[in-house]
Each structure stands twice: as C-alpha cells, then as structure tokens.
Design a protein around this ligand. Structure first.
Ligand code: ATP
Ligand code: MG
Length: 330
C-alpha cells in the first residue's frame, strides 16, 4: 500500500468547511487505500502568537473532530506532532539545505507576515517543518488544499536535493489536491479563501457551529450581481462557491443543480443549502462532543498513535543521521 501523510493546525476551536471539503474528506477516503498517517500539527500552530492553555484544548478538540469526521484509529495512525520529537530534529537538517531566497518565495509567508505585527523566524521556516513532517514518513501522497501546492513543491525539491547530495533516502511525495474543492472561498469575501486565522466570523462556517448560526451565515453569504444560478468562478465567485459546497455535500452534480434552480433566485438556493450544511454539521458536532466527554480515552488513542508514528519517524531519522555524518542518537 502506498503511504499518505497530512496534518492540520489546531489554530481554532473548530475546523471549517474549507478544511473538510479541501482536505479532510480525502483523509477519510484514503484510510482505505493507503497506509495513512495523520497529525494535529501543534508545532505549526505556534508560528503565530498563542496561549498555552488554549493550544492544549484545541489540540484535543482537533483530534476529536478528526475522529468525528470518520478517522478510525484501527485504520489510520492519528497523532499530535509535538509527541514525536523527530519532526523538529529533521526540520533543522532540512533548514540547512534550504536556500534563504527559496524559502522567501513562499506566498503563504508573504501573506501571513503582512497580516501579523509579530513575524517570527518560525513562520518563515514553517514550510521546511512541513517538509520534515512528510519526509519522515516517506509518504507517497499528501492530501491538501490548493493553498498548499507551493509548499509541496518545496518539499519535493528538498527531497530530491537531499537524495542527489547524500544518496537515495527520501520518497518524493505527490500533492493530492481535489480540483473541484481545492479552494473553498470565504462567504463574506468570495475573492479569498476561507481561513481559520484570516476569515471573519461571517465568512467562515465552522463544523462545530450552531445550526441556526450556520443557516444565517449561508443566507447572508455575499453573492454576485445578476440573478442566474450558473457556475462561473471567474465572474460569479460567490454563487459558484455555494454551488461547489452544495454539490459536494449533497452529492449532486453542479449541472443538475443549475438545472434544478433554473428560473429560481439566489434566495431559493441559499435556503436549501442552509439546510444541507446544517444537517451535515450537526452530527459531527455531536460526535465531537462525545469524544471530548472521555478525554482519557482520547489521550490514549493519541498516545498509541504517537508511538506508532515514532517507530517510523525514528527509523527514518536514524538513516538521515547516518547519511549526514552525525552519531547515532542515543
Ligand atoms: P490557518 O488560517 O491557521 O492557516 P487554515 O484554515 O488554512 O488555517 P490549515 O490547518 O492551515 O487551515 O490547513 C488544513 C488543511 O485545510 C490544508 O490541507 C489546507 O490546504 C486545507 N484548507 C485550508 N483552507 C482551505 C480552503 N478554504 N479550501 C480548501 N482547503 C483548505
Ligand atoms: Mg493554512
């Protein structure tokens, strides 16, 4: 079986619809086709300012949501990144093989650093830590949203560079990006992506949100001038985004939706979509709460996951140490 690895940041109290449609949906599917490793990347979460208590809570809530979405510890390895110390160890080695200019070209860094008043070296080197996350597990595929494409290119470059310099070591991974849902847009500003850290409350649908708030947000989503319900992301980003969400959650093709809503208005579409999204999120929130009711059991699952992950990561790192000329870690 090919191997898959992906991670998600515990930077909010809930994941959002973009996370699910762009990435987490594939995580669940790939459990059956791949040897799957998934992690809550709390090391990445401190690249922007954070509160220790909040981070600890969010890591648990993140793991509980992943289980609620259908990750099954019998079929995948689910762990929290900070419990496997090999990640920052490999990251350092890779940093020493990354050009400063190369890292400086990452558009997500430019984006995030322009919005934060406190810009750290960690935010700058974050894509290299991401490379370590992936390469440690010798992953073949990495299911992510479109915004991660550039980072995945860097990971591939670093893997190839290392292999050329020291002899075959890393698997060069492929990004697994689902074209149709690779970018879910912000509901209030459909020209940019829905984001945990950048979207305002009106622009983001959290999976754990109250059904009534979800309905309200869908109904007040910014749509485009005109009244035709047609899929045209260039000229009608708002309505096209709603069609993408509708089509994926309700498992109906966009062509069918266009036909069903022919002659109807934006309001009709929004009213129906509000129910579809509310019905999708409610059971996830319910299951998440039940996983959080038994924190001891949740922590046990995560510890077992970390042990399995560390067996793989430790073996890779030992080989890397050898290639680099380090002594064997004791
Ligand atoms: P942050 O704003 O803190 O970066 P985020 O919303 O971008 O949060 P991440 O934890 O960085 O979430 O990303 C988790 C996964 O979700 C990644 O694979 C990412 O590509 C994907 N993703 C994030 N936002 C979207 C979106 N709007 N549409 C599709 N996929 C997305
Ligand atoms: Mg992100």
């Amino acid at each position: 079986r090919p191997r898959v690895l992906s991670g998600i940041q515990p930077t909010a109290d809930s994941f959002h619809l973009g996370n699910y449609l762009g990435a987490l949906r594939s995580w669940v599917d790939m459990q059956d086709t791949h040897d799957a490793y998934y992690c809550v990347v709390d090391l990445h979460a401190i690249t922007i300012s954070h509160e220790p208590k909040v981070l600890r809570r969010r890591s648990r809530v993140a793991a509980a949501q992943l289980l609620a979405l259908g990750l099954d510890p019998q079929r995948c390895t689910l762990f929290v990144q900070s419990q496997v110390p090999e990640h920052p160890m490999l990251s350092w080695i890779l940093e020493c093989h990354t050009g400063f200019g190369e890292a400086g070209r990452m558009t997500q860094f430019k984006d995030k650093s322009s919005k934060n008043e406190r810009v750290t070296v960690g935010l700058f080197t974050y894509p290299v830590l991401q490379a370590a996350d992936i390469l440690l597990y010798r992953a073949d595929a990495v299911p992510v949203g479109e915004d991660q494409r550039q980072h995945l290119e860097l990971v591939r470059d670093l893997a190839q560079r290392f292999n050329t310099t020291y002899g075959k070591m890393f698997v060069v991974p492929e990004a697994h990006i689902v074209k149709e849902t690779g970018t879910i847009q912000d509901l209030a500003e459909p020209s940019r992506k829905m984001s945990k850290s950048a979207s305002g409350p009106a622009g983001i649908i959290d999976l754990l949100e109250e059904p009534n708030r979800i309905r309200k947000k869908i109904k007040s989503a910014v749509t485009d001038t005109g009244r035709e319900i047609t899929y045209d992301p260039e000229n009608k980003p708002g309505i096209s985004n709603l069609l993408t969400i509708y089509s994926t959650l309700a498992k109906v093709s966009i062509a069918d939706l266009e036909r069903d809503y022919d002659g109807k208005g934006y309001g009709d579409l929004k009213k129906d979509l509000a129910e579809v999204v509310a019905d999708f999120c409610a059971p996830i929130a319910e299951r998440t709460r039940s996983y959080l009711d038994d924190v001891a059991e949740l922590d046990k699952i995560l510890l077992a996951g970390a042990e399995k992950a560390q067996a793989v990561a430790g073996a890779t790192l030992a080989r890397v140490y050898d290639k680099i000329g380090f002594r064997t870690p004791v």
